[in-house]
Design a protein around this ligand. Structure first.
Ligand code: FAD
Ligand code: NAP
Length: 338
């Protein structure tokens, strides 16, 4: 097990921030991770697990050890009448896993096509898109407990999944390294086509009886038409979560902004599209030298090449203050800032 020193993280984060990590250890199993942690400076110092780096913003050099998760392997580990259990290593690429599931006709994650990043982060923030979240297909995960070196198994109820949330972002923040995740996928698809854009894209594709492969392709088409490719323009997807506000507050706002994009989440709560708020406030497409707000998707902050993490962070602060001033709504960052 080799621990490298002063490693540039530029190629390890999709914002493309050229910061340095004091130490860097890539591991492909729990034994290698244990070996790295046996090194005194690694054990004592700060540690950060990294997958594909597509949901992080580095604002400083990292004065600790990056634990780069390269645990690989995809295996069917169980089967029942209607479902299969499939276990994947945390270092496997998410979208390749989705494609593998589609090839095997295992359904449930086709709406989550083309999300960047790796398997290990998928339960971290309960990734979601087009009406499907990881919690819908999650079975269990194995995670290395950094304080004790033990490997613990977490089942659905242990993870406390919420909207882009889990126990690993809150109570157990920084304590666990996820090694494998097991998903329960369906043999008979139950397609989720409620997000309007999917139906419209299937129509455009002239598909009248869609299967999981067609739904995946529709999602890929929509995403490619709207979202910047991190290989070309640095970004970490949606920078903010969609705020969920009280219905009474929403009804007052609706009088002033009748066209406000919103979705009911319960009897007394409403989800407001953060992208709509940022667009309405006039930020969409604004560029400040080397960084800005993406021209087609106001939720995405971008690095055109030479921006520093603090530029993006300060821009996010300005947007949050402005949205509060204009709408009285607090935005929350979705991206993890280090
Ligand atoms: P990283 O960025 O490496 O890590 C994210 C966080 O998880 C960090 O706090 C890290 O410490 C922790 N972590 C990572 N791996 C592990 C592990 N094995 N064990 C413990 N902790 C770990 N997200 C969505 O939910 N839906 C979308 O539709 C979506 N679209 C996106 C589109 C674009 C263009 C981009 C750039 C991002 C998008 N994202 C989306 C955000 C991002 O892709 C997801 O959050 C993804 O799951 C992050 O995976 P990662 O491996 O890159 O995580
Ligand atoms: P969109 O279709 O323009 O819709 C805007 C927002 O409205 C979305 O954020 C979505 O909330 C919500 N919405 C739309 N239709 C809905 C419905 N039928 N029911 C409930 N809520 C609805 O969104 P988009 O920006 O192009 O993104 C499409 C999907 O990909 C969304 O699910 C989004 O979360 C996901 N995505 C996520 C990221 C990320 O980094 N997290 C980046 C890009 C796209 P939800 O976000 O709650 O679904």
């Amino acid at each position: 097990m080799k621990v490298l020193e002063n490693v540039s993280l530029k190629q390890y984060n999709t914002f493309g921030m050229d910061v340095k990590s004091r130490r860097f250890a890539a591991f492909s199993n729990s034994e290698e991770l244990g070996e790295a942690l046996a090194i005194d400076e690694v054990k004592k110092g700060e540690k950060l697990t990294l997958g594909g780096g597509s949901n992080v913003l580095f604002v400083n050099d990292f004065d600790g050890t990056i634990l780069k998760n390269d645990v690989r392997g995809i295996e069917k580990v169980g089967e029942e009448e209607d479902t299969v259990l499939v276990r994947a290593g945390a270092g496997e690429n998410w979208h390749e896993f989705v494609l593998h599931a589609i090839e095997n006709n295992w359904a449930g994650i086709e709406n989550l096509s083309l999300i960047p990043g790796n398997i290990g982060a998928s339960p971290m923030q309960n990734i979601g898109a087009y009406g499907v979240e990881i919690k819908d297909v999650f079975h269990s995960l194995e995670a290395f407990h950094l304080p004790t070196g033990e490997v613990h198994t977490f089942y659905h109820n242990d993870c406390e999944f919420g909207y882009r949330e889990s126990v690993f972002k809150r109570k157990y923040k920084g304590q666990y390294v996820i090694l494998t995740v097991t998903y329960r996928l369906l043999k008979n698809p139950q397609l989720s086509l409620d997000y309007g854009a999917i139906k419209a894209e299937l129509e455009r594709m002239q598909v009248s009886s869609p299967d999981i492969s067609a739904v995946s392709q529709a999602v890929i088409n929509i995403r490619q038409s709207k979202l910047p490719d991190p290989k070309l323009i640095g970004n970490a997807g949606s920078f903010f979560k969609n705020p969920v506000i009280d219905k009474r507050k929403f009804e007052k706002l609706k009088i002033k902004f009748p066209e406000m994009a919103s979705y009911p989440v319960s009897e007394d709560k409403v989800k407001v599209a953060a992208g709509w708020l940022i667009d309405k406030a006039g930020w969409k497409g604004r560029r400040f030298d080397e960084f800005g707000v993406h021209e087609r998707q106001a939720l995405v902050l971008v690095n055109y090449g030479g921006a520093a993490g603090t530029d993006i962070y300060n821009l996010s602060e300005e947007i949050m203050e402005d949205i509060y001033e204009q709408f009285g709504i607090h935005l929350e960052r979705e991206v993890n800032v280090y």
